[in-house]
Ligand binder design. Structure first.
Ligand SMILES: O=C(O)CCC(=O)C(=O)O
Ligand SMILES: [Fe+2]
Length: 300
């Protein structure tokens, strides 16, 4: 029997998209997205830009500095020796884009692609948010004014790393991630929440993976799944991926909308400040959402 994997959602299947998104978020916290409207040429150009930025000398990549960990360049380290990542924090801010580009001395072409791709995927995230709201029977827009981060990931896989881990098992801290995985090199694995098994997510060129993180669990009053995932080295080939993280609202705490709370579903979490949560996640070394326990409401 074929192994169960995440659902594939066709964004052009207009009538069924809202319901399918909600079901996928409840069962997996993840789905594959096809026919999403982001041109495949733009996706490839963004991959090419990512590869060229990752080829920059280490001293330039380190200039993508941010005082908060995880918001700037992450060099290979003891825990993840084959991984490195560049980050454009607050992708919708023209100033943040300019800052990022001047830090790493990006060309005007690279800047143009970063901007186009960032905005296209940002718009797609908003569309997915609207469809999700429709599927929940709430309507309206959910991610308005939320902070988004663009992260470029490179896994320096080689013959001696086959069978080893590129990114340790984790949940994403924010609400939603739109991931352009490597179109050729496999390695992404998700945990099936029901069986606890790791399921390999094989590349589908031109498609995205949409994953939910810890904020989505809080916001949905525990109804949605924050999917655990990791990246393994299956083959000795460099792997590149690009993630857009829709993190959390600016200056407002995350809490479930009243429509998702009733006597059968009492409020599970107290309102969560995302920056506080991020710090707790790191100080308590809870990469798979364990720090959410600290935000459980008294009655739950
Ligand atoms: O590289 C991948 O496929 C996954 C990346 C990821 O999980 C992340 O950036 O949070
Ligand atoms: Fe992730």
């Amino acid at each position: 029997m074929a192994k169960k994997s995440v659902p594939i959602i066709d964004m052009q299947d207009l009538a069924n998209v809202p319901e399918k998104i909600v079901k996928a978020f409840e069962e997996w916290g993840s789905f594959r997205l096809i026919n999403h409207g982001v041109p495949i040429e733009l996706m490839s150009e963004m991959k090419a830009v990512t590869r060229s930025l990752m080829d920059l000398p280490m001293e330039i990549k380190r200039k993508n500095y941010h005082p908060d960990s995880g918001k700037g360049y992450v060099p290979p380290n003891m825990a993840s020796p084959y991984y490195e990542g560049l980050s454009l924090y607050d992708v919708a801010s023209p100033l943040a884009l300019l800052d990022f580009c001047s830090q790493i001395d990006a060309s005007s072409h690279q800047r143009e692609i970063l901007e186009k791709y960032g905005l296209a995927v940002y718009d797609l995230a908003h569309l997915i948010g609207c469809k999700m709201m429709e599927g929940l029977g709430l309507g309206g827009e959910v991610f308005k004014e939320w902070v988004c981060q663009l992260k470029m990931n490179k896994y320096n896989f080689a013959p001696e790393t086959v069978g080893l881990t590129g990114a340790l098992i984790h949940t994403d801290p924010g609400f939603l991630t739109i991931l352009q995985d490597d179109e050729i090199v496999r390695g992404l694995e998700l945990v099936d929440e029901i069986t606890g098994e790791l399921v390999s997510i094989d590349p589908i060129p031109g498609a995205f993976v949409v994953n939910l993180g810890d904020v989505a669990k809080v916001w949905s009053n525990g109804r949605f799944c924050n999917v655990k995932h990791r990246v393994q080295c299956y083959e000795p080939k460099v792997r590149v991926s690009i993630a857009l993280f829709v993190l959390a609202p600016k200056d407002v705490k995350v809490e479930a909308p009243p429509q998702l709370v009733d006597s059968d579903h009492p409020r599970r979490y107290i309102p969560l400040d995302f920056e506080d949560y991020r710090k707790l996640r790191s100080s308590t070394q809870s990469p798979i959402g364990g720090a959410l326990q600290l935000f459980l409401a008294k009655s739950s």
